[in-house]
Design a protein around this ligand. Sequence first.
Ligand SMILES: C[S@@+](CC[C@H](N)C(=O)[O-])C[C@H]1O[C@@H](n2cnc3c(N)ncnc32)[C@H](O)[C@@H]1O
Length: 180
Amino acid sequence: MTVATMELESRVLDMLQKVGIRKGQTILDFGCGYGMYTMPVAKIAGKQGRVYALDKDKEALDALMQKIKSAGLKNVERMETSGELEIELTNESVDGVLLFEVFHSFYFPQAEDRRRLLGEIYRIMKPSAFLSISVWPNLVETETENEIENADFRLEKEVCETPTDNKGLETYRTLVFRKA
Ligand SMILES: C[S@@+](CC[C@H](N)C(=O)[O-])C[C@H]1O[C@@H](n2cnc3c(N)ncnc32)[C@H](O)[C@@H]1O
């Protein structure tokens, strides 16, 4: 691991702890992609925790699961979907949901789809769970926060900057919501 990679991983771990990831939790990483956050979340959640890595991109999931295996992590479960909005998890079963760089009109152009996805997320969240949404500011449509609050969530905090591997080019907003 290079110094730059170690520094990035340490910043990601720090940000995830601020978001609310803790040892022993069950977390859904919706739209996990290649797992920029899945691996560090799995490290924090530890053996007693579980991370559901959900994506519709088979190649990204294949690559992620290979990295997970090489790292010796056994607490990540692959959830490959065809992009449907239903989430195959039971009611009130997760401590947190990450929607990082996915909850915007590029992936969900229809407001109705965004509303349905938020409804599914609400359903699977335990009463004390959090929902964290990170987006590039240009993609935060003015109505995004309202949409989330209208889906029965309340904004708890904003965690200033999300580290990315394009350091310096992009500053993401990371918002943390709770059930209202
Ligand atoms: C920009 S990437 C973000 C990856 C990761 N969350 C991160 O922040 O590095 C968005 C990911 O969301 C996935 N995605 C988009 N719409 C989806 C859907 N309806 N169901 C599952 N995954 C979806 C894409 O396949 C892609 O891997």
